[in-house]
Design a protein around this ligand. Structure first.
Ligand code: PLP
Length: 398
């Protein structure tokens, strides 16, 4: 084959999430929208804040040549400065606009960050369960993915296992809090211990181990505790942010990378980020969207519906008899399948028109993910289907 076999294979096999999302479209066409309970994809169901729409309208009145023209490759400095000011205000974090790189969402933030730091034989460590695209991004950057198995019931990072997994080849640890798919939030004391461990290991091996923090769900927090900001706990940090989830702009592809000013050789690290952006063709994130987020740095959608959905699902699924992990953030719920094979369980759920994602590709075997960023009505209507599915397994036991 006169093509990259790896890319052909990647293109032919959709992600497990998109596979079910496509099935949902087909099934809805067959039996109608209302008959299918699609919990497959993390597509926000609430609109972007009114402020975002108003800012876009106002921007469209401006000089179109300037508005739609290229910005600097790393993004407009005025926009980056506003983002930096907002982060300083919210998280009392040290932020330098000259160390922010605007991107096309978290996916681009991750691929750029990974490409910027990866050299031959490098290893990137992730904690299971994790967003399945990490594997694709890490391997494409030329690194090896090292997975630390997840530990039920809270799925917090296992630092003892991490210490054992770190080798002289470890280039970075990649964390995601609030987590997709469990909703787990890494508390400050764990981040602090993680920071101490990474500093110790960096010293032991004589080279910096970076911490990449993937934060597209940063504002989606359901607990009272404010989300700890990672740069307070470790120096060598790359934060990957996206406006896809809490600001409901997933199709617009906008986000950023933020480097801690305390990172070793921060200027060179930034140069590497700019170089990776250049090499990957990710220069000048969409201008209209850059200026829009610059006008609305503190705006988030009204996502109270997700809080309602979370409470409703937790209550109803527990009542029925399912084992669920109460999510502290994001808009996903990790549910224990009623048989060891989560794929088989999802197939049986399909018979009740319930579309769930098996945990296997997330490194969470035996569990399924429910994306509850849907209407509360869909959740309410789906409960009898969850009941029938449970009963189906109960009947089998007799
Ligand atoms: N990281 C995680 C954990 C995600 O869940 C997603 C999307 O669902 C992404 C990254 C990619 O986000 P974006 O749409 O901003 O590229």
């Amino acid at each position: 084959m006169n093509l990259s076999e790896k890319m052909v294979a990647l293109g032919k096999k959709r992600s497990c999430i998109r596979e079910i999302f496509e099935y949902s479209k087909k099934r809805k066409a067959e039996i109608g929208e209302d008959g299918v309970f699609d919990f497959s994809i993390g597509n926000p169901s609430v609109p972007a804040p009114a402020k975002v729409t108003e800012a876009m309208r106002a921007l469209l009145e401006r000089d179109p040549v300037a508005l739609h023209g290229y910005t600097s490759a790393q993004g407009d400095l005025g926009v980056r400065s506003r983002i930096a000011e907002d982060l300083k205000k919210h998280y009392q974090a040290e932020v330098d606009p000259e160390l922010i790189y605007m991107t096309c969402g978290a996916a681009a933030s991750l691929t750029i960050s990974l490409t910027a730091i990866t050299e031959e034989e490098d290893e990137i460590i992730v904690f299971a369960p994790f967003f399945p695209e990490y594997r694709v991004f890490i391997e494409k950057a030329g690194a090896k993915l090292v997975v630390i198995p997840g530990k039920a019931p809270d799925f917090q990072p296992d630092l003892t296992a991490l210490e054992r997994a770190i080798t002289p080849h470890t280039k970075a640890v990649l964390i995601n809090s609030p987590n997709n798919p469990t909703g787990a939030i890494i508390p400050a004391k764990t981040l602090s211990a993680l920071g101490v461990l990474l500093a110790k290991k960096s010293e032991e091996f004589g080279r910096v181990i970076y911490l990449i923090s993937d934060e597209p769900y940063r504002e989606l927090v359901w607990t009272q505790e404010p989300l700890p900001f990672v740069t307070h706990y470790y120096d060598h940090v790359l934060v990957c942010y996206s406006y896809s989830k809490a600001v409901s702009l997933p199709g617009e592809r906008i986000g950023y990378i933020l480097l801690s000013p305390k990172a070793e050789n921060a200027q060179d690290l930034y140069a590497a980020v700019c170089g990776a952006g250049r090499a990957l063709g990710f220069v000048c994130a969409p201008s209209l969207l850059q200026f829009t987020v610059g006008e609305c740095v503190d705006a988030v959608s009204d996502f109270s519906v997700y809080r309602t959905n979370r409470a409703l699902l937790l209550e109803e699924l527990t009542r029925i008899g399912y084992e669920v992990i109460p999510p502290d953030g994001a808009f996903y719920l990790f549910l224990k399948a009623l048989e060891p094979d989560a794929n088989a369980f999802c197939e049986r759920a399909k018979k009740q028109e319930l579309l769930l994602v098996p945990g296997d590709d997330f490194g969470g075997e035996g569990y399924v993910r429910i994306a509850y960023c849907v209407s509360t009505e869909q959740i309410q209507k789906s409960i009898p289907a969850f009941e029938r599915l449970y009963q189906d397994y109960e009947d089998q036991k007799i």
